[in-house]
Design a protein around this ligand. Structure first.
Ligand code: SF4
Ligand code: SF4
Length: 473
């Protein structure tokens, strides 16, 4: 791998076995000092990163009526998202959501490569913020390299302290906000402001600490290591790439042979690359894109902006490094519509529609019927047969509900619960239920019973099937 001072170079510990070549045993990380670069794609990142940050930090502060609009309340097992409340019974919807997210990722990766990694992945966005903090506290790339090699003195301690304090402050805000999705954020924030640990709570404090440390380490120290070694997506996304997938690529046919030159001249024997190394110096993963497509490339386009600026200064056409496809680089045309991308997109649309339909038609209450343990049935002196149950009715919505009860069975059964049943918002009622029939009507020892609960206004129903047991004839 090519390198320049302050960029990632391979430090090799090698072993030589007889009859085999040399093998690297491990690769020590060298610090990457990225150079700041502006340009079109960095401005674009501003419009993708800031909405993500604003959404993340502001959403838990939104109110919906008298509660937090988005609150995953684990102790009560209620997950509030705006006007909807989800319960553990709705976890299958989360499963659907994850599958849809996976297919969305497949679709976009097939078409536009690592657009997620380069523009909206939280690791990329938070690392960019930490790098910006580093730049305003320690200076530009050459100043940071110099500071890193300098002996410890007051100035170095001051700058490092300031950087780490700002990193930790941002990491703490990130951790607090994350925990604020699971516990009321106003109490949490007020608890931290007033140092009232009773208000914060032990678990919330521990999780805030955990997410603060995770953010500080991931975005401050590990950075590109997370993308290169820890993120599974970086490894399996190549399976979704084909020759028509958008990638950041160096146009070797135009750029080679590379070489330095005076600004005013363009020697015939040289290509457009002046070997200035700027594309390497701005790369957050420390790679040289001129060596071809590498899995470390997160598609952030820093190198595109850097090289375009060089081309501009030289009066050359932009795009020596650009978003392109393998087909286009080989002189062909990019095919946006392909069986693979069409397949992923179709699956995405179908699953998205099913998910929407499931959410819209979701029954906002639930009925559960459990047989009482012990006695199978009881028979009174007049011959009538009774079965005991527990009827659990849950109102999953934020509105009061009035539900009617119906019992459907081949036997003429009577039930003991007064219908309709009134429920407060998110109330769970646990009622004793007795089903009974005259002895002469119990013609079978085991009859199916369907208990249906319906809401009059929405006409939505939920049903549960159970058995009615009686004596053998
Ligand atoms: S920035 Fe452009 S000109 Fe400079 S080394 Fe990279 S590819 Fe060559
Ligand atoms: S090679 Fe270019 S696009 Fe890829 S990670 Fe480095 S700077 Fe970003």
């Amino acid at each position: 791998m090519n390198g320049s001072p302050g960029q990632s170079n391979v430090q090799e510990d090698t072993v030589k076995l007889e009859g085999f070549g040399e093998r690297d045993l491990y690769q020590r990380r060298e610090k990457i000092f990225t150079r700041y670069v502006g340009g079109f794609f960095q401005r674009l990142r501003f419009f993708t990163g800031w909405p993500l940050l604003a959404g993340y930090f502001l959403l838990p502060w939104l109110q919906w009526g008298d509660r937090q609009a988005i609150l995953f309340d684990l102790p009560t097992r209620q997950f509030h998202i705006l006007g909807l409340t989800f319960w553990p019974q709705d976890l299958w919807l989360l499963g659907w959501m994850l599958i849809i997210a996976a297919f969305a990722l497949f679709t976009f990766t097939t078409l536009v490569g690592r657009i997620w990694c380069g523009y909206t992945c939280p690791q990329t966005v938070w690392t960019a913020i930490f790098m910006w903090v580093e730049q305003i506290t320690e200076g530009e790339r050459h100043q940071r390299i110099r500071l890193d090699g300098a002996p410890w003195n007051f100035e170095k301690i001051r700058k490092r302290f300031l950087k780490h304090a700002m990193w930790l402050g941002w990491a703490f805000l990130t951790g607090l906000t994350f925990v604020g999705y699971f516990t009321p954020i106003r109490d949490l924030a007020w608890g931290y402001l007033t140092l009232n640990f009773e208000l914060i709570g032990t678990w919330a404090a521990l999780w805030t600490l955990f997410f603060t440390c995770a953010t500080y380490i991931n975005a401050g120290w590990m950075r590109e290591q997370v993308c290169i070694y820890m993120c599974p997506y970086a490894r399996f996304q190549s399976a979704m790439f084909d020759k028509d997938t958008l990638i950041v690529s160096y146009d070797a046919a135009r750029g080679e042979p590379r070489g330095a030159r005076k600004r005013s001249e363009k020697p015939d024997q040289l290509g457009d690359c002046i070997d200035c190394q700027l594309c390497v110096q701005v790369c957050p993963t420390g790679i040289d894109i001129r060596n071809g497509l590498q899995y470390q490339c997160i598609g952030c386009a820093h190198c595109v902006d850097a090289c375009n600026q060089v081309m501009d200064k030289l009066g050359y056409d932009p795009g020596l490094i650009r978003y392109t496809t393998e087909h286009e680089l080989a002189g062909g045309k990019t095919h946006w519509f392909r069986p693979r991308s069409a397949g992923y997109a179709t699956a995405l649309i179908v699953m998205g529609s099913v998910f929407l339909w499931a959410v819209i038609t979701r029954v906002p209450f639930e009925v559960d019927v459990l047989r009482e343990r012990g006695q199978l049935f009881s028979q009174s002196s007049d011959g009538s047969v009774s079965n005991q149950y527990r009827l659990r009715v849950l109102n999953k919505s934020q509105q009061p509900a009035t539900l009617s009860l119906e019992v459907d069975s081949p036997l003429p059964l009577r039930f003991s619960v007064a219908s309709p049943i009134s429920l407060a918002p998110v109330e769970l009622l646990d009622l004793p239920l007795t089903l009974s029939a005259d002895g002469k009507d119990v013609t079978t020892p085991n009859a199916e019973v369907t208990i249906t609960v319906c809401e009059a206004v929405t006409e939505r129903c939920d049903a549960e099937v159970t058995r009615f047991l009686g004596p053998s004839k």
